[in-house]
Design a protein around this ligand. Structure first.
Ligand SMILES: Nc1ncnc2c1ncn2[C@@H]1O[C@H](COP(=O)(O)OP(=O)(O)O)[C@@H](O)[C@H]1O
Ligand SMILES: Nc1ccn([C@H]2C[C@H](O)[C@@H](COP(=O)(O)OP(=O)(O)O)O2)c(=O)n1
Length: 241
């Protein structure tokens, strides 16, 4: 049985964190935690039950948030008060508001506590005995530096602004012409600017390996991250089927 492994992946919007982390978790048989989805869920809950302009009201709401995070990389659900909110959290309104909620330091402290709890639970050796030796891939903006600085593998996934805008534009608008890319700028560049006030995800911290995906396709990026896992842990990864 292999021992549990924790893989932490950070990066800016559109660098490929979510899609690559899910694929890496699936290939390694690990759980998957999308911490950005937790900030998005906190935004939905605050919009519904708090005054977004009042930091105390938002922090109080988030501390009582009935959130259940699905950790299966093949189907990572997000449930709020029994409702599936996987689609709602990706709406333009939520994307536009999430940085405000994520800059609330009390919200950050509460979500960090929950994220650490999940990572510990998925990587404890007691659980591993029962689950056959799992572990987790957790991704976001401050996982390598704040939430899990002791993770076995720490990766900063980057890509040029141009590549990130093109990818997000293709994903959201199905096109990457000038008009579609311009419509994506707020979602990517403005949000990164706001997020960078509370988290540091543009430069790798000491011990964090940078993977630049600007000139890599999706499969090559997955392979590059898996190569870091093998290099750091000695864990061999079976070729994909
Ligand atoms: N290396 C890559 N090359 C091309 N497209 C990619 C690559 N990595 C991810 N993508 C695509 O780019 C989009 C944004 O990726 P996503 O994983 O949501 O990024 P993030 O979580 O960092 O915001 C998705 O449509 C994804 O499939
Ligand atoms: N660990 C994290 C993860 C996300 N956030 C914030 C910053 C982001 O704007 C939002 C949403 O994150 P998400 O990873 O879904 O963003 P992307 O659109 O995939 O780039 O949450 C954070 O502050 N800390």
């Amino acid at each position: 049985m292999t021992s549990p492994v924790v893989v932490a992946i950070d990066g800016p919007s559109g660098s490929g964190k979510s899609s690559v982390s899910k694929a890496v978790a699936a290939r390694l048989g690990l759980a998957y935690l999308d911490t950005g989805a937790m900030y998005r869920a906190a935004t939905v809950w605050s919009m519904e039950t708090a005054d977004l302009s009042d930091t105390v009201s938002v922090a109080t709401a988030v501390r009582a948030m009935p959130l259940v995070m699905g950790l299966d990389p093949a189907a990572p659900g997000v449930e709020l008060d029994g409702r599936d909110i996987a689609v709602t959290i990706r709406s333009t309104e939520v994307t536009a508001a999430v940085s405000k909620v994520a800059s609330n330091l009390e919200v950050r402290s509460e979500l960090k506590r929950l994220q650490r709890e999940i990572i510990e639970q998925e990587s404890s050796s007691v659980r591993a005995v029962h689950s056959g030796g799992r572990g987790i891939v957790a991704e976001g903006r401050d996982i390598t530096t704040v939430v899990a600085p002791d993770a076995d593998v720490r990766v900063l996934l980057t890509a040029s602004e141009e590549a990130r805008l093109r990818r997000r534009s293709l994903e959201v608008h199905g096109a990457a012409d000038t008009e579609a890319v311009d419509a994506t700028r707020d979602q990517v560049l403005r949000r990164d600017q706001d997020d960078a006030k509370v988290t540091q995800f543009h430069v790798a911290a000491d011990g964090v390996v940078t993977v630049d995906s600007s000139d890599l396709d999706f499969e090559q990026t997955i392979d590059a991250v898996l190569a870091v896992v093998t290099q750091v842990t000695g864990r061999e990864v079976a070729p994909s089927a």
